[in-house]
Design a binder for this molecule. Structure first.
Ligand SMILES: [Zn+2]
Length: 82
């Protein structure tokens, strides 16, 4: 039988517990970033009033999207991001 002192038992318990929290945290951040990038890819912001547009709610005129709030035309391309 393996002999464990109380100090080693506490150390192993803490390492396993903290490793579990670390893996859960990393998985949560990866999922959150993936969902955030999918949401931001579909949004286009009006250059005049700043309303978030999606291709489904904005009427299209050629390659331009018409803002339903102010009526200005916006290009269908995304800004910024890495
Ligand atoms: Zn607008």
């Amino acid at each position: 039988m393996i002999q464990l002192t109380l100090a080693w038992f506490v150390f192993i318990y803490l390492v396993v517990f903290l490793a579990g929290i670390l893996f859960f945290w990393i998985g949560y951040e990866m999922l959150r970033k993936r969902l955030a990038s999918e949401d931001s890819r579909q949004l286009i912001y009006c250059r005049i009033c700043g309303v978030a547009l999606t291709a489904s709610i904005a009427s299209t005129t050629g390659s331009l999207l018409r803002c339903p709030h102010c009526g200005s035309l916006n290009e269908d391309h995304h800004q910024g991001g890495l």
